[in-house]
Design a protein around this ligand. Structure first.
Ligand SMILES: Nc1nc2c(ncn2[C@@H]2O[C@H](COP(=O)(O)OP(=O)(O)OP(=O)(O)O)[C@@H](O)[C@H]2O)c(=O)[nH]1
Ligand SMILES: [Mg+2]
Length: 248
């Protein structure tokens, strides 16, 4: 697959990653609602065992149902968005072929901790979504997504006062962790923040269409632990980049 098809530039592929429950699907729903009249959109979701995210987006009616497709990864999220992107790449390419020419394909990562980022072989750019409910100090904890995603979103800022998080401080900490790369404070209840998000995507799409956008790899995750119940009472596995572990 080359970068250009007969119609010019292929769709912008935009990944959305971040910890479980920070609002990745909600961000995608918001983008679809606000940009669907301007752009031809498609969505690919990644869930480990289900198609829950795709179901949610379909139930919200944000796009025609056949423009929302689920990849069931069956393994920890990095595998499908970073280490072996084949399943996702096929889903994206099928979507682009079925609805050619698409302008933007949004790809939601499975929810993770702080470690998962997309491979630039799969997406042209990526959002990393944190929320205030996860704690004001999360932005200082760093990791490749926080430090080097194309845009860091601090979501659910409407909840800041209920969880005793100083949103301005959290944004300042995030900006520091990112060496000045963009940070966006977002709430679906604050229309001006949604406008900023949509403008950022418009500008990215314009750069992509002009050939002025170069995908940047945020870098690999650090070695990390999974705590999971494998049915044998064994809690922890340790693994690095090779994912030589088994979940069954
Ligand atoms: N108050 C508030 N709640 C929000 C906002 N955005 C999302 N939520 C809520 O946060 C919860 C999780 O949102 P999702 O969009 O499902 O999060 P997710 O990151 O896709 O979750 P997983 O795919 O399970 O990792 C839901 O109950 C949303 O309604 C927001 O801006 N403000
Ligand atoms: Mg989701």
């Amino acid at each position: 697959m080359t970068d250009k098809d007969q119609n010019g530039t292929r769709a912008l592929r935009l990944g959305v990653a971040g910890p479980v429950g920070t609002g990745k699907s909600s961000v995608i729903a918001t983008l679809c609602r606000h940009l669907r009249d301007e752009f031809d959109l498609g969505v690919i979701t990644n869930d480990i065992y289900t198609d829950e995210d795709a179901r949610f987006l379909k139930s919200e009616g944000v796009l025609p149902e056949d423009r929302i497709r689920a990849v069931e990864t069956g393994a920890c999220p990095h595998t499908a968005i970073r280490d072996d992107v084949t399943m996702n790449l096929m889903a994206v390419e099928d979507m682009e072929r079925d609805f050619a020419p698409l302008d933007i394909v949004l790809v939601e990562s499975g929810g993770d901790n702080l470690t998962a980022t997309f491979s630039p072989a799969l997406v042209d750019a990526q959002l990393f979504v944190l929320d205030v409910a996860g704690g004001g100090d999360v932005a200082r904890k760093g990791g490749p997504g926080i430090a080097r995603a194309d845009l860091l979103i601090i979501n659910k800022i409407d909840l800041g006062e209920y969880v005793d998080v100083d949103v301005a401080q959290m944004v300042a900490d995030a900006e520091k962790a990112r060496d000045g790369a963009p940070v966006l404070a977002l709430s679906r209840k604050r229309p001006e923040t949604i406008d900023r998000l949509c403008d950022w995507v418009r500008q990215l799409h314009a750069r992509h269409a002009r050939g002025d956008h170069t995908p940047v790899d945020p870098g690999p995750m650090a070695p990390h632990h999974h705590a999971h119940d494998d049915g044998h009472g064994q809690g922890h596995h340790h693994h690095g980049h090779d994912h030589a572990h088994h979940h069954d």
